[in-house]
Ligand binder design. Structure first.
Ligand SMILES: NC(=O)c1ccc[n+]([C@@H]2O[C@H](COP(=O)([O-])OP(=O)(O)OC[C@H]3O[C@@H](n4cnc5c(N)ncnc54)[C@H](OP(=O)(O)O)[C@@H]3O)[C@@H](O)[C@H]2O)c1
Length: 347
């Protein structure tokens, strides 16, 4: 008898959805019960729709799942959404209206006042916002951040807790898989970088302030620091690197910043969530790290690697950080949020 909670993946044939499907194989708490994609995929077995690399290693009971469309009846109380934001709003709201808990990668609801935007190690208390959703629907919607913000906010959290952030200037070097399928044309990206990613910079500027904000009277009061962002697409398959400079309210030497980050375990270490890495942040001592190929799979893709922590020139402190955009930045982030909800009795 399988006592695990049945879950569905929305957008299971996409870049993030396929990664979620893999992460659910042999998950101790959740059982992948149903998969959803667009009308284009309806009725096909999942395995026939995934690329060879994405289908490799999946058991037949998963590759054989017939893909449903959002309009079809679903049975799972918990849905992990990897839908494009353009369609996520309507579909996720309908699922919450049916009493399901939706844990979403999409940006559609991230800025809603009553929707928590959560990185479990950073702001698990923001799940309290779910109470305010009761007036909208019997279910709930929980979101995880933009893939570059997942890296950025995780390293800003211990700095903000210890020293208080004043200003953050960040340039993100984002991998191709962050764009989903089919992504930018090879002709545009090989031997090149693209210095603009549509819609990305406002998310990178805004989301860290909500995540590091404080819940007061059922709403989040954004953290009081400014973020300036430049988002760049680079010819790397997986792994977003962020280059950060920040000024702090209480000035800290690089060694103090390293101590704050390397000793930080976040706020859910006691829950032993299955997808949580032993170390949310690790410091790379080598001067030429982190690098996407060498560091993106640290902690199963869930650990953020920080390097080159140094005194800034114009601002107090500079560093670079990197994590796997499809894992810490997307599928793993949503799964960890779902595990947090389960551990808190919400799913
Ligand atoms: N890639 C990343 O690193 C990353 C990181 C963080 C967040 N995100 C967010 O995660 C979401 C998924 O990203 P992705 O990169 O995986 O995108 P993707 O590769 O384009 O996949 C999109 C998925 O959604 C399905 N879909 C599209 N239109 C649909 C509709 N009308 N009804 C039902 N299903 C529909 C697609 O199904 P078909 O195969 O049938 O078209 C596919 O399964 C996006 O909101 C993205 O912004 C992505």
């Amino acid at each position: 008898m399988d006592h695990r909670i049945p879950v569905g993946v929305l957008g299971a044939t996409g870049m993030v959805g396929a990664r979620l499907v893999h992460m659910l194989v042999e998950h101790p708490w959740f059982r992948l019960a149903e998969v959803v994609a667009s009308e284009r995929s309806a009725g096909e077995p999942l395995g026939a729709l995934l690329s060879g690399a994405d289908a490799a290693g999946l058991p037949s009971e998963i590759t054989g799942l017939e893909v449903k469309t959002p309009g079809e009846a679903l049975s799972s109380p918990l849905l992990l959404s990897a839908l494009p934001s353009s369609v996520a709003k309507e579909i996720e709201e309908a699922a919450a209206g049916e009493g399901r808990l939706v844990v979403s990668n999409a940006s559609a609801h991230r800025t809603d006042a009553d929707v928590p935007l959560v990185i479990p190690e950073v702001n698990p208390d923001h799940l309290a916002l779910l109470d305010a959703q009761r007036s909208r629907w019997p279910g709930g919607i929980v979101t995880n951040p933009n893939c570059a913000v997942a890296v950025l906010a995780t390293c800003l959290a211990p700095l903000h807790e210890a020293f208080g952030l004043e200003r953050v200037v960040v340039t993100t070097l984002q991998a191709i898989s962050g764009a989903g399928r089919p992504g930018p044309a090879a002709f545009d990206l090989v031997d090149n970088v693209l210095p603009h990613i549509a819609g990305e910079e406002p998310k990178i500027a805004g989301e860290p302030r909500k995540i590091l904000g404080t819940v007061r009277d059922g709403v989040v009061v954004d953290a009081d620091f400014a973020v300036g962002a430049t988002a760049v697409r680079v010819p790397v398959l997986h792994g977003h690197l962020v280059s950060v400079a920040c000024s702090l309210r209480k000035k800290a030497a690089p060694e103090e910043a390293v101590a704050a980050m390397s000793g930080w375990r976040g706020h859910v270490a006691d829950l032993e969530l299955p997808t949580a890495p032993a170390h949310p942040l690790e410091i790379a001592e080598e001067v030429d790290r982190p690098q996407p190929r060498l560091d993106r799979d640290r902690g199963g893709g869930m650990t953020v690697t920080v390097g080159r922590v140094r005194a800034g020139g114009a601002l107090h402190l500079s560093f670079v950080a990197l994590a796997h955009n499809l894992v810490r930045g997307a599928a793993g982030a949503a799964l960890l949020n779902a595990e947090l909800c389960h551990a808190r009795g919400l799913a």
